[in-house]
Design a binder for this molecule. Structure first.
Ligand code: ADP
Length: 444
């Protein structure tokens, strides 16, 4: 049994995990950088340890400091949340070697699935449809251009170790290829210290549909239905829903079964997400598997009634999962809006600063996951997402109404946020009709 968990993260996800631990009667240890000393997670955890200066490489990304904090505090497990070290196989291995439970899959699985080309090979071998793409990662532009020619334009160039839409460029023709490739490579070097690139066919008008998976240590795997994540800016999700208006029961069953098959083939364990692109003609292709809890997990929690963080902890403790596929029922419709500290009027530039007035919406079927309070300073060092509003209604129409009303009630002053922009999305005619693809924001 896990008695004490160190949360190697900050902000709303750290708070979310602390709350789940509290319900399970598990003690919590927060870690924080010097600028986060007053953050909510440091105040809510049973104890808190400063792990260094603001720069993430010296704090939240510093494996040795986090492992030391775990050992000193006597915690027996680490929950990595998302971002930071959550998908770092070296960190998961370090935990393993130090006899600390890493709440996530094994380091071997993280390593295989973290590399876009290896992940595709694993899935293809399991019979999961994958997008046509390079057999292996490439660094040389001449080699890459040959791959693109073979696949046929348009192509998308991705950082092999990519995440969060970084190191990604589209090339519509060979004339555009060289610039796109070198820009993607440069960005990948900056973000991931890696120049290996992956090239695949660019699908013109797809939806991003992902399936939530839960898998225990004994090979029991279930899916918890899909999330529709097509509303993106620069390949980064902004608004997510469950279920998707493009998926009926039979397609859900088909895609869900394939997702489970893929997870089993990868020997997956714990919570994970299989991302697909769904094309206009109904065909779908594996894109990647995220080996961690996702930002958008609350929409799945809303429609299934299952607490994913608690499930992650139980699985990591070695419990046999008591859920079967038949137990999982999708009820109603949920939508999440990410509230980011950024200024839509200034090309979404980050907007750090002190929060003055603060009021979050509430009411039946409204959940807010945030680590905000009046007077907190939003620092420029980390991701700009500061809160998530999640609504759950009896159907999509009701969920949209609730979100419309919740966003109208939200008050955050002192910094700029994208709340008004989110409101524009949920009140947009095409969004209401469910006419959405990954190009929605470009076209609105
Ligand atoms: P990351 O790991 O950076 O999140 P993903 O591979 O998950 O990158 O892709 C992020 C987004 O980029 C997708 O949700 C989708 O909108 C777009 N995308 C990725 N691959 C393709 C593709 N082959 N065709 C069209 N769009 C794509």
């Amino acid at each position: 049994m896990i008695k004490k968990i160190l949360i190697a993260n900050r902000g709303e996800i750290a708070v979310r995990i602390i709350r789940a631990c509290r319900e399970l009667g598990i003690e919590t240890v927060a870690v924080y950088s010097e600028v986060d000393a007053e953050d909510l997670h440091t105040q809510l955890a049973d104890s808190a340890i400063c792990i260094g200066p603001a720069s993430a490489t010296e704090s939240y990304l510093n494996m040795e400091k986090i492992i030391s904090a775990t050992i000193i505090s006597g915690a027996d497990a680490i929950h990595p949340g998302f971002g930071f070290l959550s998908e770092n196989s070296k960190f998961a291995k370090l935990c393993h070697d130090c006899n600390i439970i890493f709440i996530g899959p094994s380091y071997e699985v993280i390593e295989t699935l973290g590399n876009k080309s290896n992940a595709k090979i694993t899935m293809k071998n399991a019979g999961v449809p994958v997008i046509e793409g390079s057999k292996e990662a490439v660094t040389d532009v001449e080699q890459a251009i040959n791959v693109a020619k073979e696949i046929g334009y348009p192509v998308i160039i991705k950082a092999a170790l990519g995440g969060g839409g970084k190191g990604m460029r589209i090339a519509n023709s060979s004339a555009e290829f060289n610039t796109a490739f070198s820009n993607a490579k440069k960005e990948s070097k900056m973000a991931f210290s890696d120049e290996r690139m992956y090239i695949e066919k660019y699908i013109q008008n797809p939806r991003h549909i992902e399936f939530q998976i839960l898998a225990d240590k004994f090979g029991n795997v279930v899916h918890l239905g899909e999330r529709e994540c097509s509303i993106q800016r620069n390949h980064q999700k902004l608004l997510e829903e469950a279920p998707s208006s493009a998926i009926d029961d039979s397609l859900r069953k088909k895609m869900g079964e394939i997702a489970v098959k893929g997870a089993k083939a990868a020997k997956y364990e714990n919570a994970g997400t299989i991302e697909f692109l769904l094309d206009e003609d109904g065909s779908f292709y594996f894109m990647e598997m995220n080996t961690r809890i996702q930002v958008e997990h609350p929409v799945t929690e809303a429609v299934t009634g299952i607490d994913l963080i608690k499930e992650q902890i139980r699985i990591a403790e070695g419990e046999v999962m008591d859920l079967t596929q038949d137990d999982i029922k999708i009820r109603g419709h949920a939508i999440e809006c990410r509230i980011n500290a950024e200024d839509p009027e200034e090309n979404f530039r980050p907007s750090p600063g002190e929060i003055k007035e603060y009021h979050m919406p509430g009411g039946n079927g409204i959940r807010v996951d945030s680590a905000l309070y009046p007077g907190i300073k939003i620092s420029p060092y980390y991701d700009s997402m500061i809160a998530k509003i999640i609504v759950h209604g009896k159907d999509r129409k009701e969920a949209i109404r609730k979100m419309d009303s919740a966003l109208g009630e939200l008050v955050i002053t002192g910094i700029k946020t994208n709340a008004h922009f989110q409101h524009k999305i949920v009140t947009h005619r095409n969004f209401r009709k469910g006419n959405i693809t990954i190009r929605f924001i470009d076209e609105m």
